[in-house]
Design a protein around this ligand. Structure first.
Ligand SMILES: NC(=O)c1ccc[n+]([C@@H]2O[C@H](COP(=O)([O-])OP(=O)(O)OC[C@H]3O[C@@H](n4cnc5c(N)ncnc54)[C@H](OP(=O)(O)O)[C@@H]3O)[C@@H](O)[C@H]2O)c1
Length: 257
C-alpha cells in the first residue's frame, strides 16, 4: 500500500469507537494500540485489570484520548452481561468490535481438567457470542459497523491438529462458524462479520524495536502480532460492499508446517 493510501486508510478510522477483548496482553494489546494510533476511541476489555489499566495509560498518553477499561471474563456469563451493561450505559454506538480474547490450551497427552475445557470453549464461543449479541444494538447505531473475530489457522475446515489441544481446535473451528453465522444473519444490514485467522505468532511488544522491523521479515520467518494488527486494519478499511476473511499463513508456524 502506498504511503498516501495508508494515510487515507488510517484517517478513515478516525473517531471510531472500537472494543477489543483480551486486550491486557499479546495480540489484543497490540490491536488496541494500532486502532488508537489510527485515531480510534478505545474500550479495552479483559480479565487482568492491572494489565488493562497499564495499557490504557499507554494509549491515553500516546493518543491524548481517554481509554475505557472493562473487566470481562468471557468464560463467565455474568461477567459478560456486566461488561455489556457497562459499555451500553456509557457508549451509544460502537463502530468496531474485535473478538480477540480466547483461552489457549496446548495439546498434551495427560487429561485436561473440566475447567480447562469449559474455559477454552466458553471464552471462544459462548462468551464471545453473548458479548456480540449484547453489543449488536450499539453496532447497529454505527454507519460503518464491523465485527472482527480473531480465529486461527485451526479455524480452517482442513486444518491439521498439530500441537493444539482438541478443545482449542474445536473452539477455534466453532469461532469460524460463529463469524460465518453472523455474516449470514447480518446479510442485508450494514454490519459486516470479518474473520482473521493467524498462524503461530511471535508476540512482539509495540514498544520493542522489533515491532517496526516486522514488515521486513523474509519468507521462512514466523508471522508476528504486528502482521495480524495490519491485516485487521486492512480488512476493516475495505469498501463497505465487500467482506474479507483473511488467513495469514507463514512457512514457520503456518498451515503446512
Ligand atoms: N499467539 C498465537 O500464536 C496465535 C495464533 C493463532 C490465533 N491466535 C489467537 O489470537 C488471539 C490473541 O491471542 P494472543 O496471541 O494474544 O495469545 P494468547 O496467549 O492465546 O492470549 C489469549 C488472550 O485471550 C485472553 N483471554 C483468555 N481467556 C479469556 C477469558 N476467559 N476472558 C477474556 N479474555 C480471555 C487473554 O487474556 P488474559 O490476560 O486474561 O489471559 C489473552 O489476552 C486469541 O484469540 C488466539 O487464539 C493466537
Amino acid at each position: 500500500m502506498s504511503a498516501v493510501n495508508m494515510v487515507l486508510t488510517m484517517s478513515e478510522l478516525h473517531g471510531c469507537v472500537v472494543v477489543v477483548t483480551g486486550a491486557g496482553r499479546g495480540l489484543g494489546a497490540a490491536l488496541a494500540l494500532a486502532f488508537a494510533d489510527a485515531g480510534c476511541r478505545m474500550i479495552i476489555c479483559g480479565r487482568n485489570e492491572d494489565a488493562l489499566r497499564h495499557n490504557a495509560a499507554a494509549i491515553t498518553e500516546r493518543s491524548k484520548r481517554p481509554c475505557d477499561v472493562i473487566q470481562l471474563d468471557l468464560a463467565a456469563a455474568e461477567s459478560v452481561a456486566a461488561a455489556v451493561a457497562t459499555i451500553r450505559a456509557s457508549h451509544e454506538k460502537i463502530d468496531v468490535l474485535v473478538n480477540n480474547g480466547a483461552m489457549w490450551l496446548e495439546g498434551r497427552s495427560t487429561p485436561y481438567s473440566a475447567q480447562e475445557i469449559m474455559g477454552t470453549i466458553n471464552s471462544a464461543v459462548s462468551g464471545t457470542f453473548l458479548f456480540v449479541q449484547g453489543l449488536l444494538p450499539q453496532l447497529n447505531k454505527s454507519h460503518r459497523p464491523d465485527i472482527v473475530t480473531i480465529g486461527s489457522t485451526s479455524s480452517l475446515p482442513t486444518a491439521a491438529l498439530r500441537h493444539v489441544s482438541v478443545p482449542f481446535y474445536a473452539a477455534k473451528r466453532a469461532q469460524g462458524a460463529l463469524a460465518d453465522g453472523f455474516r449470514q444473519q447480518l446479510l442485508g444490514t450494514p454490519v459486516r462479520s470479518i474473520i482473521i485467522n493467524p498462524p503461530d505468532l511471535d508476540d512482539i511488544s509495540t514498544l520493542d524495536p522489533e515491532w517496526d522491523k516486522s514488515p521486513s521479515r523474509q519468507k521462512g520467518e514466523r508471522a508476528t502480532n504486528r502482521d495480524i494488527a495490519d491485516a485487521v486494519i486492512f480488512a476493516v478499511t475495505r469498501p463497505r460492499h465487500i467482506n474479507l476473511s483473511i488467513t495469514v499463513d507463514a512457512d514457520q508456524g503456518g498451515v503446512f508446517s
